[in-house]
Design a protein around this ligand. Structure first.
Ligand SMILES: Nc1ncnc2c1ncn2[C@@H]1O[C@H](COP(=O)(O)OP(=O)(O)OP(=O)(O)O)[C@@H](O)[C@H]1O
Ligand SMILES: [Mg+2]
Length: 499
């Protein structure tokens, strides 16, 4: 069964169950009250039965007094007969004289002599009672003394069956009423439960549909009570929600349109930019390339002037010529660097597994070989393998380690490290040195072409190395940044795609 359906059923059952529980509680309360009422009433009936016996027996004893004294047996008999016929509860009555002989009685088939033994006899001033089991059923025998028992006693048999019958009738009526109340209560609670839960279930189903995105929901307002109020509020809410969602939808559409337009424009601009960049690169490549020939001419002819006419020039002339030639060398180096940078951007990438640690070791060995008189400690973490273009990565490592080697030149105990640190599941490679360092406020300039933070007399270079490294790292889907402080060394960090 889907979750919402079972939740609905549970909800329905619970509410009805609660109603039934309240009704059951009220019925149980009523049942208890009825029980108390019944027990009080039955006690009262028994007490009434007893009081009636006492009154009747006492009255008979008083009335018999003169008749016995006058020895009027017929009178006594008629008195007894009247008493029996006057009340349905009276089963029998009889009078004993002072010797205990039966003077008169109301038994139609003759006096049952065992009765004399079964009953209790009166004591002076007191009416004796005894419960007897007879053929007519259970009864109470009341014995009242006549003249304090001096001239006889009167007995009156009162049927208990009659009283018990009245009590049973009352009990049955009470049971019937209680049963009817219970049935009515349960039926009412069921119907009331349905009446209450039906609109609530309708409400829950509509809310469900809203949850599924159908915002325009209306439910019928069937009553003008709190549930009706709830239905009204729900309808208002769903109308407003529908309106708001429509507005959001329209706004989203407009936003999407603007976004698409922007994306289209960015695509166009990117294409234009790519074309412009390509043209620029082609232009700078051809310019650099074409500059070489005239430069070679200037260098060659200034050498010829130096060799052929050097002796005809004075010292100043010869110095000018030397300066021209050293400018040519510098310009040649610049052109070479520009061509390298351009080649790196345009060259085809050949990706393969590359051991960066191995590259670092071979670059360090070459640097060391180029300056055998320098003492530099290289610390290279082994086994740093990645997937990339071996020759481009070799060029990048040469630039970074070359810089570290160059900028530790005036440092006693120079130390250069290469390694990687794991940060948030990514590897960050680093080249660290304890050389000249740099001012962090210019850190964003480092990677621009021909940007240098140190003078050429202090540290030679054209300022193209880090621009080349940055392009190589970008072509490998990574990023590069540097940290450092003047006199405290520098650290160049970079990431690579897939590491
Ligand atoms: N390890 C380093 N320590 C201190 N400064 C550095 C370091 N590496 C680079 N720099 C600074 O960044 C500038 C740019 O470096 P880059 O490698 O691009 O140029 P270069 O080394 O001066 O010349 P080139 O590499 O073209 O021969 C350097 O001139 C220097 O000021
Ligand atoms: Mg450099």
């Amino acid at each position: 069964m889907p979750e919402s359906k079972s939740a609905k059923r549970r909800f329905r059952v619970r509410l009805r169950f609660k109603f039934s529980l309240i009704v059951a509680f009220l019925v149980a309360l009523m049942g208890m009250l009825t029980l108390v009422f019944f027990s009080t009433m039955s006690n009262a009936l028994w007490e009434e039965h007893r009081q009636k016996g006492l009154t009747l027996a006492g009255g008979l004893a008083v009335n018999c007094e003169s008749l016995i004294l006058l020895n009027n047996v017929a009178g006594v008999y008629s008195l007894l007969q009247n008493a029996r016929e006057g009340d349905r509860e009276v089963v029998y009555s009889f009078v004993l004289d002072k010797e205990g002989n039966v003077l008169a009685h109301t038994f139609e088939g003759g006096f049952p002599s065992p009765l004399l033994k079964a009953v209790r006899h009166a004591k002076k001033g007191e009416i004796a009672e005894k419960e007897l089991e007879t053929e007519e059923g259970l009864l109470t025998d009341m014995c009242a003394p006549v003249m304090g028992g001096e001239i006889g006693e009167v007995h009156l048999g009162l049927s208990k069956v009659f009283v018990a019958g009245r009590i049973a009738d009352t009990r049955n009526s009470l049971l019937l009423v209680t049963g009817l109340v219970l049935a009515t209560g349960l039926a009412t609670s069921y119907l009331f439960g349905s009446y209450i839960t039906k609109p609530l279930v309708e409400l829950a189903e509509a809310a469900d549909r809203i949850g599924k995105g159908e915002f325009d929901q209306r439910i019928s307002v069937v009553s003008n009570d709190e549930v009706g109020l709830l239905a009204l509020a729900f309808n208002r809410m769903s109308r407003e929600l529908d309106q708001t969602m429509r507005q959001i939808g329209e706004a989203r559409e407009e936003l999407q349109k603007a976004h698409d337009e922007l994306e289209e424009r960015v695509k166009d601009r990117t294409l234009e930019l790519a074309i412009a960049t390509r043209e620029m690169e082609a232009f700078s490549y051809s310019v650099s390339h074409d500059l070489r020939t005239p430069l070679r001419g200037i260098d060659g002819f200034s050498l010829a002037v130096m060799e052929d006419y050097g002796d005809k020039l004075d010292d100043t002339g010869r110095d000018y010529l030397r300066r021209i030639r050293s400018g040519c060398v510098k310009m040649g180096a610049l052109i070479d660097d520009l061509l390298t940078l351009s080649r790196i951007t345009r060259s085809q990438m050949n990706k393969e597994p590359v051991d960066l640690s191995q590259i670092a070791v071979s670059v360090a060995a070459a640097l060391q070989e180029g300056a055998p008189d320098r003492k530099v400690e290289f610390v290279i973490e082994p086994g740093l393998r990645i997937f990339g273009d071996a020759s481009l990565l070799h060029a990048a490592m040469t630039n970074l380690l070359g810089n570290a080697f160059k900028f530790t030149r005036y440092r006693e105990g120079a130390r250069i490290e290469f390694g990687a640190a794991a940060v948030k599941k990514r590897k960050i490679f680093y080249v660290r040195d304890n050389g000249a360092g740099f001012d962090m406020q210019y850190s964003d300039k480092l990677f621009g072409a021909f940007q240098r933070l140190h003078t050429g007399t202090e540290f030679e270079g054209t300022g193209i190395g880090l621009a080349t490294v940055k392009r190589i790292i970008h072509r490998h889907g990574g990023d590069i940044w540097a940290t450092g402080a003047p006199g405290e060394g520098a650290t160049f960090n970079f990431t690579l795609e897939g590491c």
